[in-house]
Design a protein around this ligand. Structure first.
Ligand code: PNS
Length: 167
């Protein structure tokens, strides 16, 4: 463990459909602060919104980019987020906040998660300014209409997204 990292494990949860540079920035910054980071990828086919990418591919896209950190693991989960965090001994859930528009949803999630697991703290990291507009759904919409998504998601993700959305 780097001498200046806090002990303990944090979970960075999300659907990551697909991972963006904004997500990767939050994960990298979390890995600077915590000893261990687990990127929790939601695997819930029953959820209302169907994902473009299956769970294996969403996990693989992330693994490719976090391997260099040495203290980040990527794991799918299909339980309540707080149960997943507990199962891995995490003391914190770390999420990115882009704009005020994120606040209302995150505030609600925070209250629900706190009620179920007051021992697990949710911590919010402000997005870097260059990613403050970036969300997976926006990237998918751009890709669907032929927009340029380079610089928003890793190249391999961009190529696969264009392939999938052509169908
Ligand atoms: O916006 P996302 O990426 O789909 O968010 C996923 C996640 C897990 C971060 C969000 O749904 C959340 O905070 N959920 C807490 C409630 C919970 O445990 N739901 C079951 C897993 S989706």
């Amino acid at each position: 463990m780097a001498a200046d990292r806090n002990g303990g494990t944090a979970v960075c949860p999300g659907s990551y459909d697909p991972i963006t540079y904004g997500h990767l920035d939050i994960i990298a910054r979390t890995a600077e602060v915590f000893e261990n980071v687990i990127v929790g990828v939601v695997n819930m086919p029953v959820r209302k919104q169907k994902t473009v990418f299956g769970i294996e591919e969403r996990v693989a896209f992330i693994e490719e980019h976090v391997a260099e950190y040495g203290n980040v693991q990527v794991k799918p989960f299909d339980t309540l987020l707080v149960d997943f965090a507990r199962e891995h001994g995490a003391k914190a859930i770390v999420k990115g906040l882009r704009a005020i528009s994120d606040f209302e949803y995150e505030f609600e999630m925070n209250q629900l998660n706190r009620k179920m697991a007051p021992d697990i703290e949710s911590i919010y990291m402000m997005s870097a300014p260059q990613y403050s507009f970036l969300r997976s759904s926006g990237v998918k919409e751009l890709a669907m209409f032929g927009g340029d998504i380079s610089g928003l998601v890793p190249d391999r993700v961009a190529a696969r997204l264009q392939e999938e959305l052509k169908r």
